[in-house]
Design a protein around this ligand. Structure first.
Ligand SMILES: [Zn+2]
Length: 223
């Protein structure tokens, strides 16, 4: 995970936040939160950080009114960015969700939430979606007692996520310090803060992502 910084890879992850004007993940260190920062002395200081839209004309650009297509595209970008996916991965997940019975948007959201990487993030086992993917791919996360390094693994009710404290003390320490509120379909063990159970499938209204899933589905239906 990169250090908090307004440039380099950390800032790049928040490029879309700057376009939409708020942080997709609600992270306090996002450039969109940096118009006014406190100095060490406690007084306000004007930030030089990029709290304006990205690009050469970002600082002076007026936010253009989007076409319907532009809106669909933006929602697709937001969904992809929030869950830290490639276009290819999201397209594949859309095709899976479109198949068979049920509302494709609801199924897509549930499938996104039930990815191993998303559950690690939502449960607070990692502080960000980026950190979640990293600790999974670096083999710090166990699913039902076995290491799983595949971030895309589709979890199901009854699956148990753990971090082995002896093998991964630093990762376990970060997980234990988390204070985030878990969604109702995830349950943290009362005695072991590094142990999370998937209690059931999430309901669409329980999924906390600021994206219009209908527009995402419309976007893919056009392609
Ligand atoms: Zn952000």
């Amino acid at each position: 995970m990169s250090k908090t910084n307004q440039s380099g890879t950390h800032g790049a992850k928040h490029t879309l936040c700057r376009r939409i004007g708020f942080c997709l993940w609600g992270m306090p260190n996002c450039p969109t939160n940096s118009r006014v920062i406190k100095t060490r002395g406690g007084s306000d200081a004007t930030s030089t950080a990029k709290a304006y839209p990205p690009g050469q004309h970002g600082p002076t650009k007026r936010r253009a009114k989007l076409s319907t297509y532009g809106e669909m595209l933006l929602e697709k970008q937001k969904l992809k960015t929030f869950y830290y996916l490639t276009d290819h991965q999201l397209l594949f997940m859309y095709r899976t969700a479109k198949h068979g019975l049920g509302n494709p948007g609801d199924k897509l959201l549930a499938n996104l939430e039930m990815r191993l990487c998303s559950a690690v993030y939502r449960s607070g086992l990692a502080p960000t979606i980026f950190a979640a993917r990293q600790i999974v791919s670096h083999r710090h996360v166990l699913v039902n007692g076995k290491v799983c390094d595949r971030a895309s693994r589709r979890l199901k009710a009854g699956d148990v996520l753990t971090i082995n404290e002896q093998h991964s003390p630093m990762i376990a320490q970060i997980a234990k310090s988390s204070t985030i509120e878990l969604p109702p379909y995830l349950e943290k063990d009362a005695n072991d803060k590094c142990k999370v159970t998937i209690t059931r499938e999430p309901l669409p209204e329980e999924i906390r992502v600021d994206v219009s899933i209908i527009k995402v589905i419309e976007y893919f239906n056009l392609h």
